[in-house]
Design a protein. Structure first.
Length: 382
């Protein structure tokens, strides 16, 4: 079994072992109505997940599984990760509370962990600390230089929509005068101090443009939330086509664009595949949908790969909270690739097992290793 580099996920809840039957299935929904999430047990995805999980553990019911997990403790995490051969995980550590630290996650899962820096969380932190744009921007540059992260991430889809990225032109990401800059900065800072979050345009766009230029200089890819998520964003605002005007540009404020990784993407997976097929610096993954809609994931995977170069697709889980989210996502991704080979054979398409292995090596491991310049060994040649 070829190893997987999970190019996007979140840490586990520090008390994940305390989950009971009523809330165990919560990760199978992005609903913000916590009581409703338990309904996902009664979806096709939930039923198939439960059956597969009980079979994996060799127990008869969920109560027995949770008791089995309690008995194993943190060792239950590494068993799940080993079962689907996840070897490394890139973790977004800028969201959530009461989570395992990166070091504790690595120890529990038995994997190598790399950090992803969430830009909006950093912007908000710096806007609370600094009252002058020059000092803030210098602090941002220092922080990126010292963070040790392998990628940046923006959730601008939740802060006004992906169309914000298409507004990162030289004209509106650089205020015309110092007065304009100061007014834009102060308005942005007031918003963060009052609401706790950055959003809209103005100085936020300037910070995104600066962060992207710094990412390009340091060779850091920028991950971009797109497609499905919770209802803090309207789904229509997360269509990656809304960022196409940025991808068409060869530069931002005169500097080369960084590589962009479109995350999640569904139901815009065909749009993401299209963008990756025409723009050199656009990559994508199909995380989150691979454990939220596992029964249909094989067809989603095939639709994307029908258009996208396989060297532009990455494997991600968007796993969070419970280790079973990683296990179900990685397992459904492996099944999707196996299904692709089977469908090609059934349709009489001339594709060899060696060609499928090349695709698998790229999507599971090599693409992430190359794009993020990870300190991991290459796969042995076959």
């Amino acid at each position: 079994m070829l190893p997987i580099i999970d190019n996007h996920a979140h840490s586990l809840a520090s008390n994940f072992l305390a989950a009971g039957e009523a809330d165990f299935f919560s990760f199978l929904s992005e609903s913000q109505h916590l009581q409703f999430r338990s309904e996902m047990r009664h979806s096709l995805n939930g039923m198939l997940f439960e059956k597969a999980l009980l079979q994996h553990a060799g127990v008869d019911n969920l109560s027995a599984y949770l008791a089995y997990r309690q008995q194993l403790g943190l060792a239950s995490v590494s068993r799940l990760f080993a079962d689907v051969c996840i070897k490394a995980v890139l973790l977004d550590y800028g969201f959530g509370h009461d989570l395992l630290s990166l070091d504790d996650f690595a120890l529990a899962a038995g994997v190598k962990v790399f950090g992803i820096l969430r830009l909006e969380s950093l912007f908000e932190e710096l806007l609370r600390q600094y009252d002058q744009p020059g000092t803030l921007e210098s602090a941002l540059e220092r922080h990126l230089a010292e963070s040790g992260c392998v990628a940046l991430k923006t959730i601008c889809a939740y802060r006004g929509g992906l169309s914000l990225l298409s507004q990162l032109t030289e004209e509106n990401s650089q205020p015309e005068t110092e007065v304009d800059e100061d007014e834009s900065f102060q308005e942005c800072r007031r918003t963060v101090l009052n609401s706790g979050r950055i959003e809209g345009r103005g100085y936020y766009l300037r910070l995104l443009a600066l962060a992207f230029r710094l990412a390009s200089r340091r060779g850091l890819p920028v991950q971009v939330h797109s497609g499905l998520g919770d209802d803090d964003a309207l789904l229509q605002d997360a269509n990656p086509l809304q960022a196409q005007s940025l991808f068409r540009r060869n530069n931002i404020n005169g500097e080369p664009l960084p590589a962009f990784v479109l995350l999640h993407c569904y139901p815009f997976h065909k749009e993401a595949a299209y963008l990756s097929s025409i723009y050199e610096k656009v990559y994508f993954d199909l995380s989150l949908v691979n454990f939220l809609s596992a029964p249909s994931f094989s067809s989603i995977f095939q639709e994307a790969l029908a258009l996208a170069p396989y060297r532009k697709m990455l494997t991600g889980t968007d796993g969070h909270s419970q280790p079973e989210s990683f296990w179900w996502a990685a397992g459904s991704t492996r099944q999707a690739l196996a299904s692709l080979y089977r469908c090609c054979k059934e349709d009489g398409l001339p594709i060899s097992s060696e060609a499928i292995e090349k695709v698998e090596r790229s999507i599971f491991y090599d693409n992430a290793l190359r794009l993020y310049n990870l300190d991991l060994p290459p796969l042995p040649e076959t």
